[in-house]
Write a protein that binds this ligand. Structure first.
Ligand code: SAM
Ligand code: SF4
Length: 327
């Protein structure tokens, strides 16, 4: 099945990230402007049928084997279980990235609909600090959501932590402990220049090297062989699980990146940091044939650059922030 969706540098794309909404009930300071954003209107969003059609084309023609539903906050999209169920008819692994706020209610429904795995974002284990970062007093609810996901069998449950200098870099060990005790994989993410308020600077980034050595000095780690996944993986020498570190800034993994994305309003992106989008919604709504959609996808992927260019003098931040692109 599938000849592979390959770019000019020989990277074969297998992982499709689908943003299902740009809306969010949090205001994480590294992602959204404090005052919020103008949300897309319903008719601007891709329908579940459109999302399923494009995924099916990618699976049947290019062997895409994994999709991740994201946003904005994907669980705000009404009837998300229906989309999961529609996608589950395809031979793919389905994952969800969420702020976890509704998983206490929804984890079992999502699992029954066909969801395989979940990544839950939580950037502080201190209630007050969590509130400052997200503008929501909901840390306990997110932790309940993590527990509900473990219970529902959405495994391995992973938690995403964006590490920011002077904000939460003093909690690295606490997070490691949390992961070891609960059997969840903590993914520490380097802060990327995708914040809406454009406060990012290299000084706010805590590097893979620093995260690794902080944890390694308390809980010794060893390297796990790397796949195409963005996280560098390390396991605890004492057998108490593993961590991931996503070093997009200090050790970019563009040479093995196998991701493609679609925004909630149907714009195809060949890179998180791309300044170019390809209008798949227009193609889907203008009765294009599958063959014509394949031509557009191949053109869009062949335009993928070799690397994201963060740190280069000519680097231009994408016009949209992370919540609008889909993390
Ligand atoms: N609302 C969901 C959530 O919070 O998990 C899904 C969307 S969110 C944009 C996806 C992931 O991107 C989250 O793990 C979030 O922490 C991460 N993220 C957002 N802005 C980021 C930034 N500037 N740098 C690094 N990661 C970021
Ligand atoms: Fe919302 Fe997720 Fe962005 Fe936080 S990281 S503002 S939860 S989209």
């Amino acid at each position: 099945m599938g000849k592979g969706l390959t770019d000019l540098f020989g990277r074969v794309h297998k992982d499709f990230r689908i943003s299902v909404t740009d809306r969010c009930n949090f205001r994480c300071q590294y992602c959204m402007p404090e005052e919020g954003l103008d949300w897309l209107k319903r008719e601007e969003l891709l329908s579940f049928e459109e999302i399923t059609r494009i995924t099916k084309i990618l699976v049947e023609n290019y062997g895409i084997n994994s999709v991740r539903l994201t946003g904005g906050e994907p669980t705000l999209r009404a009837n998300l279980s229906d989309l999961i169920s529609m996608l589950s008819k395809l031979p793919i692994e389905i994952a969800l990235t969420t702020n976890g706020i509704s998983l206490d209610k929804n984890a079992h429904n999502f699992r029954s609909a066909g969801l395989h795995r979940v990544n839950i974002s939580i950037d502080s284990l201190k209630a007050e600090r969590f509130k400052e970062i997200t503008l929501r007093d909901d840390m306990k609810k997110v932790i309940t959501g993590i527990e509900a996901s473990i219970e529902a069998g959405l495994s391995p449950v992973k938690i995403n932590v964006v590490v920011m200098r002077g904000i939460n870099d003093d909690e690295i060990i606490e997070f490691a402990k949390f992961g070891r005790e609960r059997g969840v994989i903590v993914r520490f993410i380097e802060f990327m220049p995708l914040d809406a308020d454009e406060k990012w600077s290299t000084l706010s980034v805590v590097s893979l090297e620093e995260i690794f050595s902080t944890i390694n000095s308390v809980y010794p780690l060893e390297v796990v062989k790397r796949s195409n996944a963005p996280a560098s993986r390390f396991r605890y020498v004492d057998g108490q699980g593993e961590i991931g570190i996503v070093a997009s800034v200090t050790q970019k993994f563009c040479d093995t990146c196998d991701r493609i994305r679609i925004t909630a309003d149907g714009q195809f992106r060949n890179c998180l940091f791309s300044n170019e989008e390809f209008d798949l919604k227009e193609a889907l709504r203008s009765e294009s044939s599958d063959k014509e959609i394949c031509e557009l996808l191949e053109m869009a992927v062949s335009a993928k650059r070799e690397g994201h260019g963060i740190g280069n003098v000519d680097f231009i931040r994408p016009a949209r922030s992370m919540s609008q692109i889909g993390g």
